[in-house]
Design a protein around this ligand. Structure first.
Ligand SMILES: Cc1cc2nc3c(=O)[nH]c(=O)nc-3n(C[C@H](O)[C@H](O)[C@H](O)COP(=O)(O)OP(=O)(O)OC[C@H]3O[C@@H](n4cnc5c(N)ncnc54)[C@H](O)[C@@H]3O)c2cc1C
Length: 462
């Protein structure tokens, strides 16, 4: 009798099935590329039918399968064990339709986010999801992780951008829910179960995505502020007066801004490093001339009424890259301070300042020389924290995580705003979800994947 890898090769051919040795030439993660894949085999289906047949076989063999998108998640969500089979969507990379009139895109789940952005732009439309890993991450991975990114403030997270989905269940059943309408109240909205399910409930093969008009103007500025309260007032001021064009409001605490604009960073500071807070504000609009005047007027009024202390407006693509580079070049923290723990907590804006002060002093109390950086999508209530205390053994990790996560429970925050649970945050899920919620998640998992073959060990505690 054939073993499962032999059977898969016989059924789908060598091109579709990489052996352990062949798969081992690839990296296990595009986030930290130091480890190679070590899995039983890697499947590369080209069609939904192939995904369905592959899962049918794996289900019959009780064979664990880990879906792979662009492998850019930062929570160990696609970690594949030596006895597990990886299933990569990389060959299902076709944009099947751009419907200009309805403003929808129908895509296979292996389409790389940046490629979709380029194709929609050529059609005068915008797919609004945007994030640092856009050159590698795939739409299926974005949906499975319910990605947030840099434009969520205006356009919402991935959950808000998906109109329809095609998903293959663990037993090979294809659920086609390729809805194209904004409104469809015919029973449960099944696609929402799979969005953010991190590969544990089904394999996403296709999606219908919502598009927006391609912006004709982009106005971006770095501003400096003296207090968190002023940043909050500035956010409200821009929300009320920017005619719905405010797209990003990224807050940087002083330590992070200074780090990102001092050697060995190759970015110089657009504003002096002496202020307590910095915000990268971006507005996208439809009228280049009027939008520029409005944006500059709002900044001028913010300066006059003392909300901001200083401002620098990006005047060219080079300056845009410079400003966004300061916000996004997080790799620098890893290169200078490794080992580093990364967090993406979510909490009410009104709790942010106090929370950051509290955990910073708690961390400093334990590790006097801790490096702590805070920044993120203030407008969405989602912050990224980087903590380095010289060690990353199990007990240190636990203590850092406990210090960062525990205070969130009291204020109703979440341990993750956009990165998801994966392997890394699983022990802390109980802080953000009730026992009843976790039980219902387990019931769903059992109903959709009774043999537990899809991405086992991720998201749900045992
Ligand atoms: C530099 C950098 C910046 C980032 N910035 C952001 C940000 O601003 N916002 C944000 O939300 N995230 C961000 N991320 C995290 C990451 O890019 C996102 O989580 C992204 O959505 C993952 O997509 P992927 O294709 O790489 O998925 P993968 O990493 O391959 O997989 C993610 C999860 O989804 C599952 N999966 C993948 N494809 C499928 C599928 N077709 N069907 C079912 N399950 C599937 C995997 O098993 C895994 O559990 C960033 C990462 C990096 C490295």
């Amino acid at each position: 009798m054939l073993n499962i890898v032999e059977l898969l090769i016989e059924t789908f051919g060598k091109d579709c099935v990489l052996t352990r040795e062949e798969a081992g030439m690839r990296v296990a993660s595009n986030w930290h590329q130091h480890k190679n894949l070590d899995c039983l085999a890697l499947l590369r289906p080209a069609t939904t039918e192939e995904v369905s047949k592959m899962l049918q076989i794996c289900n019959e063999y009780n064979q664990p399968v880990v879906p792979h998108g662009g492998l850019t998640n930062v929570v160990g969500g696609a970690v594949t064990k030596p006895n597990e089979i990886a299933l990569s969507l990389e060959r299902m990379n076709v944009v099947e339709e751009i419907n200009v009139l309805n403003k929808t895109a129908t895509v296979q789940s292996g389409v790389v986010l940046q490629n979709l952005q380029k194709i929609t732009a050529k059609n005068g439309l915008l797919f609004p999801l945007d994030l640092g890993a856009k050159g590698s991450c795939m739409i299926g991975g974005n949906i499975a992780s319910n990605a947030g990114g840099l434009h969520a403030l205006r356009y919402g997270v991935m959950r808000n951008l998906v109109l329809g989905l095609e998903v293959v269940l663990a037993d090979g059943t294809v659920i086609s829910s390729m809805n194209k309408m904004m409104k469809n109240n015919a029973g449960y909205d099944l696609k929402q179960i799979f969005i953010g399910s991190e590969g544990t409930l089904g394999i996403i093969t296709k999606a219908v995505l919502k598009l927006e008009d391609l912006p004709k103007s982009r106005n971006t500025a770095f501003v400096a502020l003296e207090s968190f309260d002023k940043a909050n007032q500035l956010l409200e001021f821009f929300k009320h007066h920017s005619k719905n064009s405010l797209t990003s409001f990224e807050l940087l605490w002083q330590d992070y801004y200074t780090m990102m604009t001092s050697p060995p960073s190759f970015f110089s500071p657009p504003l002096p490093q002496t202020h307590s807070f910095y915000v990268l504000i971006e507005a996208l609009g439809q009228d280049a001339a009027k939008d520029k005047v409005l944006f500059e007027d709002l900044l001028e009024r913010s300066l006059e009424n003392g909300l901001i202390a200083d401002a620098a407006i990006a005047q060219s693509q080079q300056e845009l890259d410079w400003f966004w580079g300061i916000r996004e070049n997080v790799e620098l923290i890893f290169s200078v301070h490794a080992p580093v723990f990364l967090f993406d907590v979510s909490l009410a804006i009104s709790d942010m300042d106090e929370y950051i002060k509290k955990i910073k002093s708690a961390l400093q109390y334990i590790w006097a020389d801790v490096h702590f950086y805070a920044f993120g999508h203030m407008g969405d209530g989602n912050l990224h924290l980087y903590v380095s205390c010289g060690n990353n053994d199990v007990s240190t990790r636990h203590l850092v995580e406990e210090t960062v996560y525990k205070p969130l429970q009291q204020i109703g925050g979440s341990i993750t705003g956009e990165h998801g649970i994966g392997l890394e945050k699983k022990p802390w899920l109980y802080l953000s979800r009730t026992p009843e919620e976790i039980q219902l998640m387990k019931t769903l998992k059992k109903a959709l994947d009774p043999n537990g073959i899809l991405n086992p060990g991720k998201l749900l505690p045992g």
